[in-house]
Design a binder for this molecule. Sequence first.
Ligand code: NAP
Length: 270
Amino acid sequence: MSIVITGASGKLGTLILNQLLHKVPMNQIIACVRSRETAMPYEELGIMVRYCDYDRPDSLESAFAGASKLLFISSSHPDDTIRMRQHTHVIEAAKKSKVEQLLYTSFAFPEKSSIPLPHLHLATEHAIQATGIPYTFLRNALYIDFIGTLDLKTAIERGELRVPPGDWLFNSIPRQDIALAAAAVLAEPGHLNKTYELTASSPWSFSDLTAAMAELARRPVSLQQDATIQNWIYGFLRKIDASSTSNDLEQLIGRPSTSLKESIKPFISL
Ligand SMILES: NC(=O)c1ccc[n+]([C@@H]2O[C@H](COP(=O)([O-])OP(=O)(O)OC[C@H]3O[C@@H](n4cnc5c(N)ncnc54)[C@H](OP(=O)(O)O)[C@@H]3O)[C@@H](O)[C@H]2O)c1
């Protein structure tokens, strides 16, 4: 068996690879990167590295050759037109290389969103299904990193978190949990033609967030609704489905996702 992972130099790819090393022999893993510098940490560990650039179709077929499983980590390019073209290159190369199973990092509950980003993931899923290659869609929740835009440290200093009015609920979890689930799927046989929504199993609210902040800071933090708040993130959150949940992740990793209190520690740095 050989497991080929694209985007292996990225934050999610690195976490998945590290988890996978605990589950399968190292000689079954192939890390795909697009530069010499990002290849080095893997080469030093003795992991096989292949060059792969989504913009260079000629690099992809040889990168994917012999793959029993190809984990395609979605492109991080900010332009959706370019990103879709890159995804098309990867899918065409997977077909030509006769990849046996194609796993794709999609976005959770894309059907319920009203902006192009989740629709791009949905279009990529459809393009993968059209190839006939057995697939596994890992639909990732919005990473909990989004709370980095809320300046929790200042909110703790002030003793209040101000948010726009609304019934805000979130399914966000840390990348680490998503990586664990992806590694579990990669290491096990099966999971063919399945779609997993990798989210928290129950939603959390801003009240839960302020409670977790207060507990970590050992001081009160209240929640205030403020209609004058201007922060792009709320516009984005309103246009995606950031709240629907599923038990898929919990079932794949054999435990609930990381608690909110634990998840927000890196964003508070007290
Ligand atoms: N669910 C969410 O909240 C969320 C948030 C942000 C992004 N995402 C998506 O999830 C993916 C993984 O997240 P992440 O945190 O690991 O992102 P990341 O750290 O930015 O990693 C992106 C990876 O994609 C690689 N890549 C980008 N363009 C490429 C190309 N043309 N050819 C080959 N490889 C290319 C990068 O390679 P280099 O190291 O060479 O740049 C890097 O390894 C992102 O790419 C994005 O599509 C999801």
